[in-house]
Design a protein around this ligand. Structure first.
Ligand code: 4NP
Length: 145
């Protein structure tokens, strides 16, 4: 799960998907394309909306997406089109590129929609992001079960 800062959207996406999958079979992680927030906890508003939904993301730590993530993961979900492009630009070959997907295309195929960045908005933005990600993660779970 990849966004820009790895403090708002992708930590939530990681927590939500982890809560739906069997950890014996799936490794779920998140990262940001930027280095802005490396080592930081998720935004307090992401921690709060996750907690409200029974998910604890308070032990996550932000990291930057790196090229070797293409070797370590089968699927790479970008939260928005800009980060999608930035991830693709780090790919080394066609097989890397084929791993990169826009997460909202899971629920709105081919529409190339972005999860809105809630960083500068209020709590409402985080509620909205949570709902979108929960729906997309239900689809991802079904795709892989
Ligand atoms: P995220 O949100 O990409 O969902 O983690 C953001 C967090 C921080 C910034 C931008 C987006 N920032 O510019 O610092």
């Amino acid at each position: 799960m990849v966004c820009l800062g790895n403090i708002c959207r992708s930590p939530l996406a990681e927590g939500i998907l982890k809560s739906k999958l069997n950890p014996d079979f799936f490794i779920v992680d998140s990262a940001g394309t930027s280095a802005y927030h490396i080592g930081e906890l998720p935004d307090h508003r992401s921690i709060a909306i996750a907690k409200k939904n029974g998910i604890d993301i308070s032990n996550q730590s932000a990291r930057q997406f790196i090229a070797s993530d293409f070797n370590d993961f089968d699927l790479i979900y970008a939260m928005d089109t800009e980060n999608y492009q930035n991830i693709c630009s780090l790919s080394k070959n066609k097989s890397d590129l084929l791993k990169v997907k826009l997460i909202l295309n899971e629920i709105n195929p081919s529409e190339n929609l972005s999860v809105p960045d809630p960083y500068y908005g209020g709590n409402n933005g985080f509620e909205n992001v949570y709902k979108m990600l929960d729906e997309a993660c239900n689809k991802i779970k079904n795709n892989n079960s």
